[in-house]
Ligand binder design. Structure first.
Ligand SMILES: NC(=O)c1ccc[n+]([C@@H]2O[C@H](COP(=O)([O-])OP(=O)(O)OC[C@H]3O[C@@H](n4cnc5c(N)ncnc54)[C@H](O)[C@@H]3O)[C@@H](O)[C@H]2O)c1
Length: 266
């Protein structure tokens, strides 16, 4: 479905909407009729995304926001209400990836990951919830396959993404009777600036892409649009009986169990 009127008269706040998955969500919501406020720390990219939405005939605005700060999150929600008079959809995407075990992760970096990936969702939802209750709106949080499984040396990120499932479920049950649905999406590897950054840490960035492609049973990584489609579905009335859920969008990444029975090689 690609109905331009699906989100007509509705307003959305998209964190991390300047680029990557959040950027794709912001553009898709706008293309389907929503008024979109992008809250991101990246000013130039945020303004560029707004310009692209407007050029395509959509309605959008940008507010420079550091989602790790409660005051900034409150300001973003206030701005959405000031601009649009309502809030129907909150799409929390802002996130950072850091690497390390509990020994090698500096305490400041642990706090940074928790603030950006987890506390931000608490702050944004705390301030957005009164408006979402009025609109009987919906929240979609961006977790990761690393909410279910993990790799070596990703302690802080994995912990933040596991915790987001707990926060999603808590809010889903707390606000179910208010008509507010809260879900999350767990992508596998997605082609975004975050992946480019992760690959750049390797002496052979292309080998990182190659490894990522090969580890997904479908043999490729996702585009940001493929993840945005699921976010937009969960945010829409089409998902009216879905709350507290976590949708994997992972090209089968979480399917394999190590070791293959002999018959599979015949
Ligand atoms: N790319 C992947 O493979 C992948 C896989 C699973 C989950 N995710 C998750 O999806 C979300 C989006 O990831 P992406 O790949 O699009 O990342 P990205 O780095 O490409 O984009 C992230 C966006 O968040 C913004 N941001 C970061 N810190 C912020 C802060 N403190 N305040 C405001 N904005 C901030 C950035 O400016 C950027 O616009 C993240 O939560 C990430 O953990 C990504």
């Amino acid at each position: 479905m690609n109905d331009k009127s699906e989100f007509r008269q509705k307003a959305a706040l998209v964190t991390g909407g300047a680029m990557g998955i959040g950027g794709a969500v912001a553009k898709m919501l706008a293309a389907r009729g929503a008024k979109v406020l992008i809250a991101d720390r990246a000013e130039a990219e945020g303004n560029k995304a707004v310009a692209e939405i407007k050029a395509a005939g959509g309605e959008a605005a940008f507010i420079k926001t550091d989602v790790s700060k409660s005051a900034d999150c409150k300001a973003a929600v206030d701005k959405a209400i000031e601009l649009f008079g309502r809030l129907d959809v909150v799409s929390n995407n802002a996130g950072i990836q850091r690497y390390g075990t509990v020994e090698s992760t500096p305490e400041s970096e642990w706090d940074e990951v928790m603030s950006v990936n987890l506390n931000s969702v608490y702050y944004i939802c705390k301030y957005a919830m009164p408006h979402l209750k009025k609109a009987k709106g919906s929240v979609v949080n961006m977790t990761s396959v690393q909410a279910f499984a993990t790799q070596r040396g990703v302690a802080a990120y994995t912990t933040s993404k596991h915790a987001l499932i707990g926060l999603t479920r808590s809010m889903a049950i707390d606000y179910a009777r208010d008509g507010v649905r809260v879900n999350c999406v767990a992508p596998g590897t997605v082609d975004t600036p975050m992946l480019k950054y992760a690959a750049s840490l390797d002496p052979d960035p292309e080998s990182v892409y190659e490894t990522c492609r090969n580890m997904h049973p479908v043999g490729r990584i996702a585009s940001a649009d493929e993840v945005a489609e699921v976010v937009v579905f969960l945010a829409s009335e089409r998902a009216s009986f879905v709350t507290g859920a976590c949708y994997s969008v992972d090209g089968g990444l979480l399917l394999p169990i190590g070791g293959e029975p002999k018959t599979s090689q015949e």
